[in-house]
Design a protein around this ligand. Structure first.
Ligand code: FAD
Length: 459
């Protein structure tokens, strides 16, 4: 029987990073994957959606060419070529997943293709082989919840209702699309398809979309979605899906109908937990309970990434993987989840880290809040991307940065400055005293920080 120091179950951004790290530390490592190397993130999540978003952005820019002084004689000749858009997405995915496979091989990680089942805390079965190991890292990810809605199963079988995975390969751009769930995935797909002129309706059961986002940012995003002609229905519960429409109930109990050529279901995730039921691990609903070192209730069995339900983000999964490996090596490192950035890839993007204003107040922090609009930033104006703002939240008496929220083109890249500042427990004064390059959108940090410790110059 093949014997390992570590066997990693699942090769998403949690699993493959953990496997490479462990191998770099001279441990004997195997990784088991039943579908595709790279997991959801590389194959059906982070990367393919960003490829489609880029095509959507380019199309939008072409349609708005006159804003840049470029004449287009006949706009109707500019059309999205959907099969080519999908081919481009697939090429990018293949390149990245091929790269990850190569990295695993170069680091001498044994790759097993097949469904792994944990027999006990030292043995895993894959295909007809049983592997032995000192440690297990479970990184099996999560899958979309399919709620019990009348007609949902039939619509799913008919390929009219899809999860995000299916949506990435639909045969054509639909005339209309109903998105059930106003979370991050829903907003990303609404952005993609409304850019391609699909009539998009988002139906959300709660009283708001994007519940984890700062109120100011959300209010602005709702306006932006409306401007893009996306219908956002909140306090609305889907009760039935029929042959051509989605039926929902508003707060007064009125039944309404909306046409739906395609339906995207994105109402939440549940852990992929079938492969380790033998271990009887301590669970929190469908998710695996872990401590700060990613240990489960069984010694030498770790869990990382979406299967833990902590923060369902690729970079969190990868970092948890590193922490699990460090713990196997005898080192105790931890994650501060309050210092994890997240992004929503709408047009413009949203990125955030730390507390929202509401959370900071609920924590009883004595805060100062400063906002600076992109309208007053030269680079944003030149790029025709002046919609949005930065909002910095600092805590008295030292003006320590406790939250940063950005609504801007490229906010997902801009947020990294806040990541470093918060990691180093930096203050608004330190940002204000740091020279930012001109002209850049990053200057909004400088101005907003000045708004906390002094006065902004450019407003
Ligand atoms: C549409 C979409 C867009 C997203 N965009 C972003 C984004 O922009 N940024 C971001 O940070 N996050 C994004 N995410 C979330 C991100 O994809 C996940 O947080 C990330 O993939 C979690 O990584 P993981 O390693 O925990 O699991 P996964 O990536 O889900 O990988 C788990 C792997 O385990 C395999 N597996 C499961 N059970 C077994 C078994 N028994 N045997 C063998 N293999 C098994 C699966 O086949 C899968 O490959 C997005 C998600 C979606 C759906």
């Amino acid at each position: 029987m093949e014997k390992y120091d570590v066997i990693v179950l699942g090769s998403g951004p949690g699993g493959y990073v953990a496997a490479i790290k462990a191998a770099q530390k001279n441990l004997k490592v195997a990784i088991i994957e039943k579908e595709a190397i790279g997991g959801v993130c590389l194959n059906w999540g982070c990367i393919p959606t960003k490829a489609l978003l880029k095509s959507a952005k380019v199309y939008t820019e072409f349609m708005n060419a006159k804003d840049y002084g470029i004449k287009v004689e006949e706009k109707s000749t500019i059309t999205p070529d959907w099969p080519s858009i999908l081919k481009r997405k697939d090429r990018i995915v293949r390149r990245l997943t091929g790269g990850v496979k190569m990295l695993l091989e170069k680091n001498k990680v044994d790759i097993y293709n097949g469904e792994g089942t944990i027999i006990n805390k030292h043995e895993i079965k894959v295909n007809d082989t049983t592997l032995s190991t000192k440690n297990i890292i479970i990184s099996t990810g999560a899958s979309p919840i399919l709620p019990p809605i009348d007609g949902l199963d039939k619509a799913y079988q008919d390929n009219r209702l899809l999860t995000s995975k299916g949506m990435l390969d639909i045969e054509d751009i639909p005339k209309n699309l109903v998105i059930i769930g106003g979370g991050v995935i829903g907003i990303e797909f609404a952005t993609i398809f409304s850019s391609f002129n699909t009539k998009v309706t988002i139906i959300e059961r709660e009283n708001n979309i994007l519940l984890n986002v700062d109120d100011d940012v959300r209010e602005n995003m709702v306006k932006i979605l409306k401007k893009a002609k996306i219908t956002v229905l909140t306090n609305s519960t889907v009760t039935k899906i029929d042959e051509s429409s989605v039926i929902y109930e508003d707060t007064e109990g009125n039944k309404q109908k909306v046409d739906a050529e395609k339906i995207l279901l994105s109402v939440g995730m549940k852990a992929n937990n079938q492969s380790f039921t033998n271990l009887n691990l301590q669970m929190n609903k469908s998710f695996v309970e872990i401590n700060e070192y990613m240990e489960t209730s069984e010694k030498n069995v770790y869990a990382i990434g979406d299967v833990t339900g902590k923060m369902m983000l690729a970079h969190v999964a990868s970092h948890q993987g590193i922490i699990a490996v460090e713990h196997i090596l005898g080192n105790n490192e931890e994650i501060n989840y309050n210092q994890v950035p997240s992004a929503i890839y709408s047009f413009p993007e949203i990125a955030q880290i730390g507390y929202t204003e509401k959370e900071a107040k609920e924590k009883g922090l004595d805060i100062l809040v400063s906002k600076f609009p992109l309208q007053a930033n030269g680079k944003a104006l030149s790029a025709n991307e002046s919609e949005g703002f930065i909002k910095i939240i600092a805590s008295k008496p030292y003006n320590e940065i406790v939250g940063v929220h950005i609504l801007a083109d490229n906010a997902s890249d801009l947020i990294s400055e806040a990541v470093m500042v918060m990691k180093l427990e930096g203050t608004a004064d330190e940002i204000a005293k740091s020279i930012h390059p001109h002209p850049t959108i990053s200057e909004i940090y400088h101005e907003a920080a000045l708004g906390i410790c002094d006065k902004p110059i450019h407003i």
